[in-house]
Design a binder for this molecule. Structure first.
Ligand code: NAD
Ligand code: ZN
Length: 366
């Protein structure tokens, strides 16, 4: 078992990573239950994993009522938040209880937010089941639902009590979802760890083939990176946590252009966005062209989009920049961008000229 602690003073918690952990979750979680039930919230694609979890809790003497919500992004809604909080209240949940989120980022974000407001805040446990949730969304305490005005606009910071990661649950995850989550793994290397990016280049094939060691290393390294960044800047006030948004401003424009639909998954948009951030940095003379080419080549090698064309986006620069202006990271009239000096050396630039960005994007589609 690898244990990584997220050091946040009174809100500190452990992330435990171990193949087969889901079947042993009961013994790990029983001390937290203190004789009380632990309600599980999951989605319709996770029935088999949920059975494993319920059986493990039962064997440890913990009863676990289950609420199964529809799979998909549309579950991060006011309607499902209401359904979930009504159900938790009907279960008689009190503030010291722990609610389990078993699923990807959708279930984790929804349950995290619901428990941040239920009885003015109760506890929750993350058991992430997608690669994206294991390496990114389950750690760090950002929780949210979507509103008509945009994604993740209604939410709270609410840290889990513990995160349990079983890399084996990824065996049932569709390859496309695995690839999309992998974009966030490679991101940690590109942000500030060139050595890890080189590891990714050498080991991605093994990871995709299901090699348990490659998966455990990628997850452990990513979680440790996220834990370090979150501990330094829990609420994204100093700029450190903003580094995690590498590729996300360009990516957000691509997601908006494709209607936040299955045409382009979040991780796919982030992959294309990271390639664009490096290409733009190279064009501006900030970063060696070889580094931008290396980023694009690795993303292509694992089957992720490496730019606008591969992401299936044909919109012009002005349209895409228009989408960026709706981004919640807008600060007055400037939009902070994460740019690169090299692989593993990214920084937040608040002086980027949006006309240059539009011209660069026009050059990409020409
Ligand atoms: N809180 C954060 O810090 C943070 C960070 C990044 C992303 N997010 C959010 O995460 C969400 C995306 O998360 P996601 O990519 O995990 O999507 P998701 O939760 O929708 O899961 C993707 C799909 O995989 C299915 N699935 C999950 N685990 C499975 C498994 N083991 N086997 C088979 N199928 C499985 C799900 O049912 C779903 O259909 C977005 O809403 C995004 O805003 C949050
Ligand atoms: Zn992301």
């Amino acid at each position: 078992m690898t244990t990584i602690s997220v050091a946040l003073g009174a809100r500190s918690y452990d992330v435990r990573i171990e193949p087969g952990l889901l079947a042993r979750a009961g013994e790990v979680l029983a001390p937290l239950s203190r004789g009380r039930p632990m309600p599980i919230v999951t989605d319709t694609n996770l029935a088999a994993h949920c059975e494993t979890l319920v059986a493990s809790l039962a064997a440890a003497g913990v009863s676990a009522p289950v609420l199964t919500l529809p799979a998909g992004e549309s579950t991060k809604s006011w309607a499902q938040l209401e359904a979930l909080t009504d159900w938790l209240l009907a279960q008689g949940v009190v503030r010291s209880d722990h609610v389990i989120a078993l699923g990807g980022g959708v279930i984790g974000d929804l349950v995290g937010f619901a428990t941040s407001i239920l009885k003015r805040g109760c506890n929750f446990v993350q058991i992430p089941t997608t690669l994206l949730a294991q390496v990114d969304s389950s750690v760090g305490g950002k929780t949210a639902i979507n509103s008509k005005a945009g994604k993740n606009l209604i939410g709270a910071f609410h840290q889990p009590a513990v995160v349990l990661i079983d890399p084996q649950v990824l065996d049932t995850l569709p390859q496309r979802e695995l690839r999309a989550g992998y974009a966030e793994v490679a991101k940690y290397g590109l942000i500030d760890d060139a050595g890890f990016f080189a590891w990714c280049e050498g080991n991605a094939a093994a990871l995709f083939a299901g090699d348990p060691q490659a998966r455990a290393h990628a997850i452990g390294h990513s979680v440790a990176a996220k834990a370090r960044i979150v501990a330094a800047d829990e609420r994204e006030t100093t700029g450190t946590r903003a580094l995690l948004n590498l590729g996300h401003t360009f990516g957000h424009a691509l997601e908006a252009e494709t209607g936040f639909s299955d045409k382009l998954l979040h991780g796919e948009a982030v992959a294309a966005g990271m390639a664009l951030a490096f290409a733009f940095s190279a064009e501006q003379g900030l970063c060696p062209a070889e580094d931008a080419a290396r980023v694009a080549a690795h993303l292509r090698a694992v089957g992720l989009p490496d730019g606008l064309a591969a992401a299936g986006v044909t919109a012009d620069g002005a349209t895409l920049v228009g989408h960026m202006l709706h981004d919640k990271k807008m600060e007055g009239s400037t939009l902070p961008f994460l740019l690169a000096r090299a692989i593993g050396r990214t920084y937040l630039d608040k002086t980027v000229d949006l006309e240059k960005v539009a011209a660069f994007l026009d050059g990409q589609t020409a």
